[in-house]
Design a protein around this ligand. Structure first.
Ligand SMILES: [Ca+2]
Length: 501
């Protein structure tokens, strides 16, 4: 009897779901909001700009942690990192929340076919319960044949000499990979082009079976370092015309432990081992060239997906979300190829949402949006039952009216050295960051987002802001009480790592 009931329940949810819109969720890795539709004059992003014309650009969108895995887990689960307690790369969501229903799982439970292609959850830290069938990853390389050969030689040499190769950082296999590379090849010869090709094939299959709606998540690996893309995207740019960062200093007056970023960039081949401000100018321009070309490569893949939606007719009934997992530094504050902190440049991301026939198509909004808002937003847009465990707020009022506000602040977390856990609260005017550690005094940062949008000067110690800080701190702590950063135990870490490829 049980299998029959389960079959009937499944059948009824599929029948009920038949007239629901589809969702094409496109993720990009480490793409800061530097696109034509965000007002950038240098980057060539015609396809994302075209998506913006049929959707809405969120100009103040924030991730809940500026690091791949925790950001993605927070967005996909619809929970703040304060709840997931996943602040690092390594553990799956189920190690802390075994019985959680994620956003894609909520869709699956309501009759959707949910699929993940490419990097959606962090690679190796996936969540099978979220998807109708296990996540798919391309076998195409990220780099040129010459670089692949160099990596193989590096591994063989290390084996011969008995030198252990660390997983990450200096001395890892990245030491054989250049930080940037133009490859004379077709889009599909590299990972992201192949991922797009597979997604297009999926869309064509779905078009043949319109009875079941889909939630198709497609994740591109670019423009995460190394900045490697087909040469034709490099040819779009003249590096002499790039504008370099003008604030090549860390935020002034900020606590030392807070004003840092990750340094994976320095583990790549031929990167001069000097601070970012001391890199030769020609090298900086090459880095920017690689980053912009990688953005244009992703942009072209998005264009292919949109063309497939149009060609199959699915566009008429498919919501498109374009989202990046956090911001990025390309020279600002001396940081290159980096995120890993609680400042504006790290926590702000790309967010474009397009609904078929939306009245506000082409609008841009300054309303604050958070990645945790996507779960309730898509749930509402698709008419699914509300899931009250999702912690964000639906952005539908903003999609209907770009002047509407659903958040009076956006929140981001970051654990830093010495056991500090920082929570950033971004309001229309302020970025307030409060760092706490058990048994140590609280450290604070305050940036005026109107006068100092790049966070160059921490004003928290200036007496005239004492009252402002008191009120911001009260607001922050009423919503998120002080929490201790609990580093994962070694067993938990092992459990996570076992799943890595
Ligand atoms: Ca990332």
């Amino acid at each position: 009897m049980k299998p029959l009931l389960s079959f009937l329940s499944c059948l009824s949810s599929v029948l009920w779901a038949a007239d629901r819109p589809n969702v094409l969720f496109i993720a990009s890795d480490d793409m800061r909001p530097q696109l034509g539709c965000y007002g950038d004059p240098t980057v060539k992003s015609p396809n994302l700009d075209a998506l913006a014309k049929r959707g809405m650009v969120f100009q103040h969108s924030y991730v809940q942690q500026a690091l791949c895995s925790p950001s993605r887990i927070s967005m996909l689960s619809g929970r703040y990192p304060a709840t997931t307690e996943i602040f690092e790369i390594g553990r799956t969501l189920r190690t802390t929340m075994p019985d959680i229903t994620t956003m894609p799982q909520h869709f699956k439970n309501n009759g959707y076919h949910t699929r993940s292609l490419g990097k959606i959850y962090h690679v190796g830290i996936d969540d099978d319960a979220s998807w109708t069938i296990p996540a798919w990853h391309s076998n195409q390389p990220r780099t040129s044949p010459a670089t692949q050969a160099a990596v193989q030689k590096f591994i063989a040499d290390a084996k011969k000499s008995g030198t252990p190769i660390p997983q990450k950082g200096k001395g890892s296999r990245n030491a054989a990979v250049p930080a940037f590379e133009a490859v004379d090849c077709a889009d599909d010869d590299l990972l992201d082009g192949d991922c797009a090709a597979n997604a297009i094939a999926q869309l064509r299959e779905h078009a043949k079976n319109p009875a079941q709606p889909f939630f198709l998540a497609v994740g591109f690996a670019n423009p995460h370092v190394p900045w490697i893309s087909p040469k034709k995207y490099w040819d779009l740019y003249d590096p002499a015309k790039f504008t370099l960062a003008t604030n090549e200093f860390v935020p002034k007056g900020a606590p030392d432990f807070a004003a840092t970023s990750g340094n994976d960039f320095y583990g790549y081949r031929d990167v001069p081992q000097v601070t970012g401000d001391k890199l030769p100018e020609a090298f900086k321009r090459q880095c920017l060239h690689g980053y912009y070309a990688a953005i244009s490569y992703v942009d072209a893949q998005v264009g292919r997906l949109m063309a497939a939606l149009d060609e199959t007719g699915l566009a008429q009934n498919t919501i498109i979300v374009f989202w990046s997992d956090h911001g990025y530094y390309m020279g600002e504050h001396t940081w290159w190829g980096a995120k890993h902190n609680n400042y504006e440049g790290a926590t702000s991301n790309c967010l474009i949402i397009s609904q078929p026939g939306m009245k506000q198509a082409g609008a841009k909004t300054d309303s604050l949006a958070q990645s945790v808002d996507l779960a309730p937003t898509l749930t509402e847009l698709c008419g699914l039952p509300e899931n009250t465990a999702f912690q964000g707020r639906s952005l539908k009022p903003v999609l209907d009216d770009p002047e509407a506000k659903v958040n009076d602040a956006a929140f981001s977390w970051y654990p830093k050295g010495q056991g500090y856990l920082g929570v950033a609260m971004r309001t229309d005017k302020w970025r307030y960051v409060e760092w706490t550690k058990q048994g140590a005094e609280t450290r604070r940062e305050l940036y005026n987002m109107v006068n100092d949008p790049q966070n160059n000067q921490n004003v928290a110690d200036q007496p005239e802001y004492a009252q402002m800080i008191e009120s911001l701190s009260k607001r922050l702590r009423e919503k998120f009480p002080v929490q201790e950063f609990k580093a994962p135990s070694s067993t938990e870490n092992k459990k996570g790592k076992k799943n890595q490829p």
